[in-house]
Design a protein around this ligand. Structure first.
Ligand SMILES: Nc1ncnc2c1ncn2[C@@H]1O[C@H](COP(=O)(O)OP(=O)(O)O)[C@@H](O)[C@H]1O
Ligand SMILES: [Mg+2]
Length: 187
């Protein structure tokens, strides 16, 4: 069947506290203003439902990411703008979801450094991880394999969330994944 829907999956990866969810929440309404129906698949939320019961071993992390990728693929096929915000630490697993979704997959590396994430310590988890109270904590006691060829790299340090989100939108336009905001073009 012919499918004229141009869905996309915008996949945010980065350390805990890097800014994935914050930027995703600002980008969502921007896509909706462009007429795209948006669905958010946020790692923290997914772990309370679709991936409930999974832990943080490599096997469980991979299962979590592949489940998110599976849902993202279906929604993308139906024309949605799927915004994933999940640490997704393993390059091989990110490559697998890229493969599943195809050319409507856009990887966004939120490249905030470990030092900055630990300084922010949004959830107080870095303090615990450095104190050895949390094992398998990404960036401290568990690996994070930074993307080498992400379509979009967002450096949040010294920038506001709004600035970072605007950069993501600008890059999506440059990549031809979305078109400009009609309202803005007229104004
Ligand atoms: N440019 C920026 N983009 C996104 N978040 C930022 C930025 N600058 C500072 N922050 C702050 O960093 C924190 C990021 O937290 P969060 O979005 O929950 O991270 P993640 O989802 O990657 O774990 C928030 O407290 C946010 O206000
Ligand atoms: Mg988050």
């Amino acid at each position: 069947m012919r499918n004229d829907n141009h869905g996309l999956t915008l996949w945010f990866t980065g350390l805990s506290g890097a800014g994935k969810s914050t930027i995703a929440e600002i980008v969502g309404p921007e896509l909706e203003r462009r007429g795209i129906l948006v669905d958010h698949l946020d790692g923290d939320v997914i772990r309370t439902n679709l991936s409930k019961g999974l832990g943080f071993s490599r096997e469980d992390r991979d299962a979590n990411i592949l489940r998110i990728g599976f849902v993202a693929k279906l929604l993308t096929r139906h024309g949605a703008g799927v915004i994933v915000a999940a640490i997704s630490p393993y390059a091989e697993t990110r490559a697998a979801v890229r493969e599943m979704i195809g050319d409507r997959f856009v990887e966004v590396f939120v490249s905030t450094s470990l030092d900055e994430c630990a300084r922010r310590d949004v959830k107080g988890l870095y303090a615990k991880a450095f104190a050895g109270e949390i094992k398998e904590f990404t960036g401290v006691s568990d690996p994070y394999e930074a993307p080498e060829h992400a379509e979009i790299v967002v450096d949040t340090e010294g920038r506001t969330p709004d600035h970072s989100a605007a950069y993501v939108i600008q890059r999506l336009e440059e990549l031809g994944m979305i078109t400009g905001d009609a309202a803005e073009a007229v104004a």
